[in-house]
Design a protein around this ligand. Structure first.
Ligand code: M6P
Ligand code: ZN
Length: 183
């Protein structure tokens, strides 16, 4: 059933078939720490869906040497002048890398190293992004339609959301005169 949320991909091979597909939904209420404009946030419906992530886990979380893969569907929208975006994270094993690639829609991949330098890469259908170890990553939907992107990361990477939840990114991506700008 969960496989229907991974369109355009056909899973073959015994490792990819079974109970190892998971779909999570993040709603506005789950993104309290993410947006700067608290007044704009408070008037939004906490049940509004911000994004879904469908992931496939051919091995158990934490297994060294394996790979996971996921597709994120990020809705268009803004909270104040900030675009809808993912929570963002460092990896628990901080040196683990990840690939992101754009499937449909328009986005910005926001990156931050441990020294808190922030930069961004434009995401579009077919764009490929290598996220080295030690770099926090978050995606914003800067278009008017769903942004779909895929990701692949090591099965022993893990997610560390704590630092980003507490301290955020050192710069914010905002819409300024109709265009995304890191501020
Ligand atoms: C990508 C991967 C996943 C991640 C998802 C959403 O698909 O990096 O591991 O869970 O994006 O990002 P976040 O967990 O930061 O909300
Ligand atoms: Zn990651």
């Amino acid at each position: 059933d969960a496989l229907i949320f991974l369109p355009k991909l056909i899973f073959t091979g015994k490792e990819l078939i079974g109970e190892n597909v998971e779909r999570i939904t993040r709603r506005m209420g789950d993104l309290r720490d993410v947006f700067e404009d608290k007044a704009a946030f408070e008037v939004m419906d906490p049940n509004l869906i911000a994004y879904h992530v469908s992931s496939i886990f051919p091995v158990k979380e934490g297994t060294p040497g394996g790979l996971f893969m996921g597709i994120t569907y990020l809705m268009p929208g803004k909270v104040g002048d900030e675009y809808f975006m993912t929570k963002g994270h460092f990896h628990s094993n901080i040196d683990r890398a990840e690939f992101y690639w754009g499937v449909e829609g328009e986005g910005m991949l926001i990156l931050m190293n441990e020294a808190r330098d922030v930069w961004a890469e434009r995401m579009y259908p077919g764009s490929l992004h290598y996220i080295p170890g030690g770099i926090a990553h978050r995606v914003a939907n800067v278009g008017n339609s769903i942004l779909t992107f895929a990701a692949s990361w090591p099965s022993d990477a893990g997610h560390n959301y704590g630092i980003i939840a507490r301290e955020g990114f050192a710069r914010r991506l905002k819409e300024v005169n109709g265009k995304p700008e890191l501020i």
